[in-house]
Write a protein that binds this ligand. Structure first.
Ligand code: FES
Length: 166
């Protein structure tokens, strides 16, 4: 039995084949890794931030699907030369629009990309020891959906407990 291919936009397919800003950034100011509880895939986001709190460079590593690679790649382009506040305000729907839309079963892949970016931005301010007014005290939906590696491992191992019916 063959499965029909997902209705990916041409933009997603293009970014999947030729992702921009793919790879670890050695001189990053801050980075964050996050995993999706929906599928168990991981992503890392790297940011180079200047003294005016402007993102001068962004890159990513993804162990996710085509939708995740495409949205993360698009996001690295969208945040370039933006202030941290402007980058924070980019929603997963904005990114999905930029890549020409996501199939509904792939929404979480875009959420994971934005969640990892926000986790990196939050980490930056945590290291600085100050939180700007525009950053919510509590984690946003996207951040909650992009889990720490340990939390992700815990959830996945729970799914594997033999004899448990979920
Ligand atoms: Fe896991 Fe897309 S299915 S990131």
């Amino acid at each position: 039995m063959s499965r029909s291919p997902l209705p990916y936009s041409p933009k997603i397919l293009e970014l999947f084949r030729n992702p921009k800003n793919l790879g670890r950034m050695e001189d990053a100011t801050v980075s964050a890794s996050a995993g999706s509880p929906a599928c168990g895939d991981m992503i890392s986001f790297y940011l180079k931030i200047d003294e005016n709190m402007v993102i001068v460079k962004a890159s990513f590593e993804s162990y996710g699907c085509a939708a995740n690679i495409a949205t993360a790649s698009m996001l690295t382009e969208m945040v370039k030369n933006k202030t941290l506040e402007e980058a924070w305000r980019i929603s997963w729907k904005d990114v999905a629009d930029e890549v020409g839309g996501l199939p509904s079963v792939k929404f979480h892949c875009g959420v994971l990309a934005v969640g990892a970016l926000r986790r990196a931005i939050r980490e930056f301010f945590k290291k600085k020891g100050s939180k700007p007014d525009w950053m919510p005290e509590k984690e946003t939906f996207e951040e909650k959906q992009a889990l720490e590696e340990e939390e992700l491992a815990r959830i996945i191992s729970q799914r594997l407990i033999p004899g448990e019916v979920k």
